[in-house]
Design a binder for this molecule. Structure first.
Ligand SMILES: [Zn+2]
Length: 560
């Protein structure tokens, strides 16, 4: 008896570090920095660090700005301007401040910059003849804590006025800013929803069409066999209805720690592996944040603290208890339990409905190639996160289907179309949903009779020629002038999209501030000196992704 007790104690001692690390863990970074808040209004988040976004984890905090633009944005600490980045998309007008401790803070979607940055930027844009700028001012510009560095806005790929705020370490890796102790009200615990039970075969091929949804409480019978698990989890903070991301998940299977992750830091070089962390079919279809417990073989994220060493198997006539503990960055915690009962084993059925398709096994480590009916698809190595079955079907109307549609990809695949006839210029590949709704457009290249394009979205495609030039006209009827004297143009392009916008006044290049989401390009009348009573010749040129162009010319009195 003493011997048994002794062995048991050793066993417990061996296991306990995992429990300890799970329960007494301190975040990688703590609120020592003394950063002040970047806005002088009550801090309410519409997005947090680590939430799922498009094809990546969100790397900062989104502070709500009461639905409007123009709040002063403050330097959170003394710092030197290390980068000014202006783009029509992404963070729009962004500022990077480097601090003495090696960290950098990033402020995105600004409406405008404070002096002297605004002056430096305008000079730079005119000398480079470019709206987009990504540069560090040659003369050092520094700000003290609390200084206004610019004003909040809605520039770039922003879904509404807010401030995107990011903290990066000395290696440019984003850090969870909620560890800096900003006063953000958060009395709400994370929401943990249903479990997803994904059957897999002995080699890890997932049968996602048979994934079961299991609710907390009760006992759920599922077919016995090997499985992977994922759970729906998200978070909300006070004062906003926005669905945010969770900070950590710890999973226990039959009482033992099975897996855990903590989103303290992220890494831009692997950030798109969010698609592999997510249960991709549902992220893709419904934007539900479902977290996998087992990282897929090709997943390079470094958020996992404890990863499973054994394959989970539901044994016939046996139960399996799964406990999920989920935390937000403010320490609110939710725990949910799920019980699985092993039923009779699942019958492996081979998909026969797609007998017109060609198939091949796809592995993360190798190049995968499929060819049929003049269509060749090439996935480079490390495209797939998991073992998959790649498929290709070419239809009689020239459309084709690339599968599996419900698998995430780490890289773009290449499609080469060989047997096309007619004019091969200005072709685009349109990705279609099952119902024929356009999901995306890829611009094709044509060389030596072969038409090619790259994409990361599998599914149905059709080729279309884009011969229609962009739409370009004054935004306001009769005249492009608005009350404050600016020139405002409306521009859009249906298929390949607007790719270039240029403006000239009396033959001289002028800055057009292009906002693709608003479909506008604006010349600010204060940029140059205009003589009252003298008309200027205005020319605007817009080009789409395949080279179709539109012009607007007119004679306008600019001075007042
Ligand atoms: Zn953001």
């Amino acid at each position: 008896m003493p011997h048994i007790f002794y062995l048991f104690s050793i066993f417990t001692a061996l296991l306990s570090p995992f429990y300890l690390s799970a329960q007494t863990r301190t975040p990688l970074y703590s609120s020592q920095s003394g950063f002040i808040a970047p806005l002088d209004i009550p801090l309410v988040l519409s997005g947090n660090f680590g939430e799922f976004r498009g094809d990546h984890f969100h790397t900062g905090l989104d502070f709500k700005t009461q639905g409007k633009e123009g709040f002063p944005v403050l330097a959170v600490a003394d710092g030197i301007v290390s980068r000014v980045k202006v783009k029509p998309w992404g963070y729009g007008h962004a500022l990077y401040l480097k601090h003495a401790d090696g960290t950098t803070t990033v402020y995105g979607h600004l409406s405008r910059y404070a002096l002297p940055i605004s002056e430096w930027l305008l000079e730079r844009q005119y000398s480079k003849r470019s709206f987009s700028i990504d540069s560090r001012p040659a003369t050092e510009i520094s700000f003290s804590v609390g200084d206004t560095i610019g004003w909040s806005g809605n520039s770039g790929s922003s879904g509404g006025p807010h401030l995107h705020f990011e903290v990066r370490d000395e290696n440019e890796k984003p850090i969870n800013p909620l560890q800096w102790g900003f006063h953000i009200a958060d009395s709400q615990s994370p929401k943990v929803g249903s479990l997803r039970v994904i059957p897999i075969d002995s080699q890890g091929l997932e049968n996602r069409s048979q994934t079961r949804e299991v609710k907390s409480g009760g006992v759920f019978e599922i077919p016995s066999g090997n499985i992977r698990l994922a759970v729906e989890a998200n978070d909300q903070l006070d004062g906003a209805s926005n669905v945010c991301g969770v900070y950590s998940l710890e999973v226990f299977v039959d009482g033992d720690l099975y897996s855990s992750f903590f989103i303290d830091t992220l890494d831009f070089s692997t950030n798109k592996d969010m698609n592999a962390h997510a249960y991709y079919p549902e992220w893709k279809s419904s934007r539900t944040q479902i977290h996998r417990f087992t990282p897929l073989p090709g997943n390079r994220l470094s958020i996992y603290e404890f990863t499973p060493v054994v394959q989970l198997e539901v044994v016939e006539d046996s139960t399996m208890h799964i406990s999920v503990r989920c935390s937000d960055a403010h320490g609110n915690t939710t725990t949910k339990g799920y019980t699985l009962f092993g039923g009779s084993s699942f019958e492996q059925t081979i998909a026969s409905s797609q007998s017109e398709s060609v198939f091949c096994p796809a592995m993360p480590s190798t190049v995968t190639t499929l060819e049929d009916g003049g269509v060749e698809v090439v996935w480079p190595e490390r495209s797939f996160y998991n073992r998959e079955t790649a498929s290709l079907q070419v239809f009689s109307n020239g459309e084709f289907f690339i599968g599996p549609e419900d698998a995430a990809l780490a890289k773009s695949f290449r499609v080469n179309l060989n047997d096309l006839e007619g004019d091969l210029s200005k072709l685009v590949a349109v990705s279609l949903s099952e119902k024929g709704i356009r999901l995306g457009v890829e611009i094709c290249e044509s060389q030596g009779g072969v038409v090619s394009f790259s994409s990361r979205r599998m599914g149905r495609y059709k080729l279309v020629r884009d011969t229609i030039a962009p739409r370009l006209l004054p935004k306001f009827s009769a005249t492009p002038l608005v009350s404050n004297g600016n020139l405002v143009f409306h521009l859009e392009d249906e298929l390949s999209g607007v790719s270039k916008v240029e403006g000239f006044i009396d033959g001289e290049w002028v800055l057009l501030r292009w906002d693709p989401k608003m479909k506008t390009a604006v010349y600010s009348v204060t940029d140059l000196h205009h003589i009252p009573g003298v008309k200027s010749q205005i020319t605007v040129r817009v080009e789409d992704g395949v080279g179709n162009e539109s012009f607007w010319t007119g004679s306008v009195e600019m001075g007042k």
